[in-house]
Design a protein around this ligand. Structure first.
Ligand code: 5AD
Ligand code: SF4
Length: 457
């Protein structure tokens, strides 16, 4: 499952802007949490080479675009960004410097050599499974002054050679599984991230302890199919149990899960492991069996309903979220109604919904009975209206309650902190920055569009 959470979000790695003797590295991240994790790892990897993160591409010695391929026209957006960077690179050359320009991530994987053909200003093209080779690629690019491409799939090797984390946020991402063998007919992930691979548990536990030492209080285990995690006889539930034994880690989450891989032990863990948060992103995509079949999801709508019932038996208050695609080829009005009816049956805390859009090379892109744009737009609007009303009623149901909030950082408004409830809702509180990194009881007083607000209880 592509990772959820931040569609279309672009963000930069923060970094101090004092670079006495350091080379400046600017990483622009597109897309999902796994890309954010990969960007942090690339920065860790380049630190020993003298690169320090900077906030802007102007004057940078190295610029990495860590790209995402899940949205429409993703490649085109990258090419237009590369057009802007070409000018900055030329300006740097005029001053006698050199800007190394790298394209990483899933667009790099999908486009490969096409990138340097269309944008010769690019020095390096590096796929998501090859970025551990960046230091060597930079050296090669410096020597040969030409283009260097790495888009193999040596995932196993990548994780073995990654540097330990240099720093950590309060809530830290940790990739435990990568790739996907499910081949949903709309999705590019099996082609860009490769087949399923689970990291060995020992390596994950070492990284979790390192993150805790650097200040992490929450670990978010990442994988395109994270609940398919299986290595050396370990399941995701067993991994969560072992991570829960790290004293400084207060909270554990994982994303993204496939309904078919929701094992009994993982369901049970939600009732047993106190550090495992009552929140689950479990994409269903559609509520109509015919559409689920055409999507190759390998489950029916009622299988999903029964699964949710079982999860709620284990943990009654679990907050459920999902991804939906409307206007998949062949989706009838009745199929779409079935999706609305599934949403009403489940009751989501929040959800992401998208209009189907063609991805070149995927089976659905050549299916007949593509749905007209205006039908997709109308369905998306109706679905989002329903999902938003569910989100508001879930958020409103917290008003007056006392929730444990893990404070992550200062908020935009002075004197205010931002944290998250156990259900992942952002919570804003006026209080002392000393609480950052702590789990504190907060009485919820009101809700705004995307956040709860409260006072220390
Ligand atoms: N069209 C629309 N939405 C898509 N997603 C993935 N591929 C497509 C596509 N071709 C959505 C799915 C997935 C989420 C991250 O992005 O809902 O779960
Ligand atoms: Fe998720 Fe299906 Fe894509 Fe795999 S193919 S990442 S299961 S949506």
């Amino acid at each position: 499952m592509p990772l959820p959470g931040v569609p279309n979000l672009e963000f930069q790695l923060p970094g101090p802007d004092n670079h006495c003797g350091m080379k400046k590295l600017f990483v622009k991240t597109y897309g999902c949490q796994m890309n954010a994790y990969d960007s942090a790892k690339m920065a860790d990897l380049l630190a020993p080479l003298g690169y320090a993160a900077t906030y802007a591409p102007e004057g940078a010695d190295m610029v990495i675009l860590n790209t995402c391929h899940i949205r429409e026209r993703a490649a085109e957006k990258v090419y237009s960004e590369l057009g802007r960077l070409k000018q900055l690179k030329a300006a740097k050359a005029k001053d006698g410097g050199r800007m190394v320009l790298a394209v990483a991530g899933c667009v790099a994987q999908a486009e490969g050599a096409e990138i340097v053909a269309r944008a010769p200003q690019v020095d390096l093209v590096v796929g998501p499974q090859s970025y551990h080779r960046l230091p060597e690629m930079i050296a090669r690019a410096a020597r040969q002054n030409g283009h260097v491409l790495e888009t193999d799939f040596p995932a196993l090797e990548k994780f073995d050679t990654l540097a330990p984390p240099q720093a950590s946020k309060v809530s830290a991402f940790l990739t435990v599984q990568e790739g996907c063998d499910k081949f949903c007919t709309f999705c590019v992930v099996p082609y860009t991230r490769g087949s399923e691979y689970s990291r060995p548990p020992e390596a994950i536990l070492i990284e979790a302890r390192q993150l805790a030492d650097k200040g992490a209080r929450e670990i978010v285990l990442l994988g395109q199919n994270v609940n398919a995690y299986a290595a050396d006889g370990w399941s995701l539930a067993k991994l969560c149990k072992a991570i829960a034994e790290i004293k400084d880690i207060e909270r554990i989450r994982y994303t993204t899960s496939h309904p078919r891989d929701m094992g009994d032990d993982l369901i049970a863990a939600h009732g047993e492991n106190e550090k495992l948060m009552p929140y689950l992103h479990l994409p269903v995509q559609s509520g109509a069996d015919a559409v689920l079949e055409a999507m190759n999801r390998q489950h029916k709508a009622d299988d999903y309903r029964r699964l949710v019932d079982r999860i709620r038996v284990a943990r009654g208050d679990i907050a459920l979220t999902s991804d939906f695609i409307v206007g998949f080829p062949g989706e009838s009005d009745a199929d779409f109604e079935a999706t609305l009816s599934l949403v009403r049956d489940i009751g989501y805390a929040t959800a992401f919904s998208f209009k189907y859009s063609k991805r070149p090379g995927t089976p659905a892109s050549t299916m007949r009975k593509q749905i007209p744009e205006e039908v997709k737009a109308a369905r998306l609007e109706a679905l989002q209206k329903l999902l938003l009303s569910q989100q508001y009623s879930f958020d409103d149901s917290q008003i007056g309650k006392v929730l444990p909030v893990l404070f992550e950082k200062t908020a935009r408004e002075p004197g205010q902190l931002m944290g998250r409830s156990q259900y992942l809702q952002p919570v804003h509180v006026n209080t002392d920055a000393a609480w950052i990194g702590g789990v504190v009881d907060v009485r919820i007083e009101r809700r705004t569009a995307n956040s709860l607000h409260g006072v220390l209880a």
